[in-house]
Design a protein. Structure first.
Length: 465
């Protein structure tokens, strides 16, 4: 059984239990009935209007409980059995279920409760229900509104002037109105019940109106936030795409002069084959090696899926050699576990990701003395990079936002950590950040172990370009 089916079954079962409680409630509170009868008699004997008012309140409270169980139980059963909120028979099912339950109640307890009052209650509830948002707290809001509507309609039952309309026909209401006629010629209940009816009816209408307005404001704010998020994402994507296109174009343009230099170098070497110019040969070999390295770098930039095995030491030396630490009192301590195997990465992109992490750590120290620790270890089939700095840390409220495009606590483009996360995930790795404000920030990168014999991408693209 699915979670949705379980929720449906729970609603139907809970609603059925509430309906049964509503039907049997008079048997549970027999003392209330006795109290009402005795106080009606005492009001007549003592000619005490105050006692009549108290008895009327007890009457209203008793039947509020009874009909709350019935009406609220009916809405739960309806929602459980007719899942779609726009079901064509939903309102009819709810109304019929309420009226049938009240008919059973009247039959069992012989109280002759007026159906007109309940039809009016249903009409008010169904009208207000259209403006209650079907969200998380729907049943809480509905139950509060239902309670006030029932209070209003129970006071209607006690207005003697409305008896001609068929309201207040149950035995208790009739007895209370007869007593009021005897004590005040119907003035007391006509006045009190009418005022309380208006008050208790205005409250749920106002509450529904406020909830409806609040929901509209929330929906409008959500749409604005969605629009802002989409706009920000589009802006970042535009910036990144332009930068990417410009870099790709620039790097691609480097291929031609490199190819020319490589060709000329080979030509010079051929011309000098029969001459004893050992030093020039060495220079040409070194030039050829540098050209090949440059070709490799260009290939890795242009073709980001290209990955090659590289030692961790070589990678970190490459990254730290490009860091600007002059005039900064910052110590970088690198610790690499002995015999750690090579990693399988796109050297340029992964180096840029590691560099971003270190540059963020350096920037967080804001020119103050500090220490950055880089620790690389092997755990089972993974290589773990741990970057720790003793900077100001990151607020807990920002930890979930640091990976978003455009997020930055400084004046920057905000694409640093977003880029890092993308690169790590493209290498089938994971990244997480742990931070304590005012103490430290720690970044973990986990990469899968590179196995010997694993297929390595070839990238002789430049020779074909």
């Amino acid at each position: 059984m699915s979670l949705n089916d379980n929720q449906i079954s729970t609603k139907t079962l809970s609603g059925t239990i509430l309906l049964i409680i509503g039907i049997l409630f008079p048997n549970i509170v027999e003392d209330w009935t006795t109290y009402i009868i005795e106080n009606i008699e005492a009001s007549i004997l003592l000619k005490d209007g105050g006692k009549l008012v108290i008895t009327s309140i007890v009457y209203m409270t008793k039947y509020c409980f009874i009909f709350f169980f019935i009406f609220f139980g009916a809405i739960l059963v309806t929602d459980g059995m007719l899942v779609k909120k726009d079901h064509p028979y939903r309102l009819y099912f709810y109304a019929v279920l309420v009226l049938v339950t009240i008919a059973i109640y009247n039959y069992l307890h012989l109280e002759n409760f007026s159906y007109i009052g309940h039809l009016l209650t249903l009409a008010i509830l169904l009208c207000l229900q259209n403006y209650i948002p079907k969200q998380k707290y729907y049943y809480v809001i509905y139950s509060i509104i239902l309670l006030f509507v029932l209070m209003a309609m129970n006071w209607v039952q006690l207005i003697p002037a409305l008896s001609v309309l068929g309201l207040g026909t149950d035995d208790m209401a009739v007895s209370l109105k007869i007593t009021d006629h005897y004590l005040s010629n119907n003035y007391l209940l006509n006045t009190l019940a009418s005022i309380l009816f208006v008050v208790f009816l205005v409250i749920p209408i106002t509450l529904t109106f406020l909830v409806h307005l609040l929901n509209k404001q929330i929906m409008a704010m959500e749409k604005i936030q969605e629009s802002e998020s989409a706009l920000k994402a589009a802006r970042i994507a535009l910036v990144e795409s332009k930068v990417y296109e410009e870099v790709n174009s620039l790097v691609h343009d480097l291929k031609t002069p490199l190819s020319t230099i490589e060709g000329l170098s080979s030509l010079i070497k051929m011309r000098l084959q029969h001459k004893a110019e050992t030093s020039i040969d060495n220079y040409l070999d070194r030039m050829g090696g540098s050209i090949q390295k440059m070709n490799d770098m260009i290939s890795e930039i242009l073709y980001e899926d290209i990955k090659q095995p590289i030692s961790v030491k070589e990678l970190l030396e490459y990254v730290t050699s490009h860091l600007i630490l002059a005039e900064q009192n910052i110590e970088i301590d690198i610790s690499i576990e002995d015999n750690i195997p090579n990693i399988y990465v796109n050297k340029i992109r992964f180096s840029r990701a590691v560099s971003n992490i270190l540059e963020n750590a350096i920037a967080s120290l804001a020119g103050k003395a500090g220490k950055i620790t880089v620790d690389v270890t092997r755990i089972e089939e993974s290589i773990i990079f741990k970057f720790l700095d003793n900077g100001p840390g990151i607020e807990a409220s920002h930890l979930q936002d640091i990976w978003e495009d455009g997020f930055s606590t400084r004046n920057s483009t905000g694409i640093g950590l977003s880029f890092v996360k993308t690169v790590v995930e493209n290498h089938q790795g994971t990244i997480q950040v742990d931070s304590s404000p005012g103490s430290y920030t720690q970044v973990y990168i986990t990469l899968p172990l590179y196995e010997k014999g694993e297929k390595v991408d070839e990238y002789n693209y430049l020779s074909r370009g």
